[in-house]
Design a protein around this ligand. Structure first.
Ligand SMILES: [Zn+2]
Length: 471
């Protein structure tokens, strides 16, 4: 994720957009008293910063989401078939779902009983599930999706209705606004989408189309499949009027750019730059981890971009090269490699921000060193020094330190261990954890192994200690 404002205000202090609203429950989580007992899956996945996000007791391998949406009525109907395996004996388990009415739930083909409490949907199968057993839970639901409007620096996210459709960007926990989910990055899964919208509109999801769109009775169904593991916040079903340009990058990666007609003039630039950036990152980070690349410019004025897997979303602005470089770097760092806990967010945002600096350097503009020096010169009271970036703050997750001081950490590391080792480290990190999960201690351990240096003090100063690190 990246604020578009950041690009405009580069060099200016704190710039996190805030809309001042505070009527959502999505991040202001007060754990409700939930009964527990033997065989009951936990109502959170174990991230103490977001205690109700995700759930315990099972692991999802695939979501099949059959969803219809009508922009005129803002009505959504959904049928989610979710394949999972029990990681403990389960008499009951939870999914995350915000708003929307559930009409029917079944487990292993048999009707199950269910209950709602806040954003938790608890499901009691007809028969208890054995540890290690795989099962499919099917949830039929409908209603008017409500996006999350957060009071801190997140702005509006989740399923956001637009004039001609919807803009769907869900970091950190907005997937539950449109489908029942284990809504935390610690549980990755494959996704199939069958999206039905009024004829004339395009529904865009992650991955690739598995067949030509089918129109019948004035409605068109788009079938997309993301064949690689994906976290829930990267799933999308952005829809509306779109102009498309399709092809391949110079190195052969399928490339799809889409722009709302209002942003028609950006389509060719988006397509060309996305292709060029994707190909360049393969030389810096290693092979592209997914089966297609591209990007989508919609007219909803989100003021930010999100790195939705294979299709970054740009909300209401013309993306420049830097932000495209940022979102496509996330395909390696954040998407292929995912964090287990939100406190490690710098592993996504520090890397993607440093990628902007690498892109600038690659294009012969300001070098990473110059950019580092500019930020380092900021006053001790500046937002960039407000927190140590190695521990993201749950109520200020996307703060500037996580981004900029995270990037500065990587540049300082590059200077400390040398270019050859540093760039080997980036490729090794991306390769060793492809499609998996990562933690900060694992990154530090790999940096120490490849450099042969003891780096605890270095990383403490840059990631965990308060104040401006000494050079
Ligand atoms: Zn980002």
């Amino acid at each position: 994720m990246r604020s578009a404002l950041l690009a405009i205000l580069l060099g200016v202090a704190a710039c996190a957009p805030s809309n001042g609203d505070a009527f959502s429950s999505a991040t202001a989580q007060t754990p409700t008293p939930v009964q527990s007992g033997e065989g009951w899956g936990a109502h959170g996945i174990g991230d103490t910063d977001f205690p109700l996000d995700g759930n315990g007791g099972y692991d999802i391998s695939r979501y099949h989401l059959k969803i219809g949406y009508d922009p005129a009525t803002k009505h959504l109907t959904g049928l989610a078939s979710i394949e999972a395996a029990a990681t403990q004996p389960l008499r009951r388990f939870n999914l995350d779902l915000s708003g929307l009415q559930v009409s029917e739930v079944s487990v292993a083909g048999r009707p199950a009983t269910f209950a709602r409490s806040g954003d938790e949907l608890s499901v009691t199968p007809a028969e208890p599930l054995a540890k290690g057993g795989s099962f499919t839970v099917t949830v039929a639901y409908a209603g008017t999706p409500q996006p999350v409007k957060d009071s801190s620096n997140l702005g509006t996210y989740g399923f956001i209705p637009t004039a001609d459709g919807a803009f769907v960007t869900c970091e950190p926990n907005g997937a539950k606004t449109w489908f029942p989910a284990n809504d935390h990055p610690a549980d990755k899964a494959r996704f199939d989408f069958e999206l039905t919208v009024p004829q004339g509109l395009t529904a865009l999801a992650n991955g690739e189309l598995t067949k030509k769109p089918v129109t019948s009775g004035g409605r068109t169904t788009f079938s997309w499949s993301e064949r690689h593991p994906m976290v829930t916040y990267l799933a999308t079903m952005t829809l509306g009027k779109f102009e498309l340009r399709e092809g391949r990058t110079t190195k052969g990666v399928p490339n799809l750019a889409a722009a709302d007609p209002k942003y028609r003039a950006t389509l060719n630039g988006l397509y060309t730059t996305s292709g060029e950036v994707t190909d360049y990152w393969t030389t810096v980070f290693g092979p592209y981890p997914f089966s297609s690349t591209g990007g989508v410019v919609d007219d909803f004025p989100a003021g930010y971009a999100l790195e939705n897997q294979t299709k970054p979303m740009y909300g209401g602005f013309q993306p420049d090269e830097a932000i495209i470089a940022h979102e496509l770097a996330h395909q390696w760092f954040g998407n292929s490699l995912s964090i287990k806990r939100w406190k490690d967010l710098w592993l996504n945002e520090g890397f993607a921000t440093y990628a902007e600096w690498l892109w600038s350097e690659h294009k012969g503009r300001a070098s990473a060193q110059t950019l580092f020096d500019n930020y380092y010169a900021r006053q001790p009271s500046d937002a960039v020094w407000a927190y140590p970036p190695g521990r993201a703050q749950p109520r200020d997750l996307f703060n500037e330190s996580v981004y900029t001081r995270g990037a500065m950490t990587l540049h300082a590391l590059r200077k400390h261990i040398g270019d050859a080792t540093f760039f080997t480290l980036l490729k090794t990190w991306a390769n060793d954890h492809k499609y998996g999960h990562v933690t900060t201690p694992e990154f530090i351990a790999l940096a120490e192994k490849l450099s042969g240096k003891e780096l605890d003090q270095f990383f403490d100063a840059w990631l965990f200690d308060k104040g401006k690190p000494a050079l």
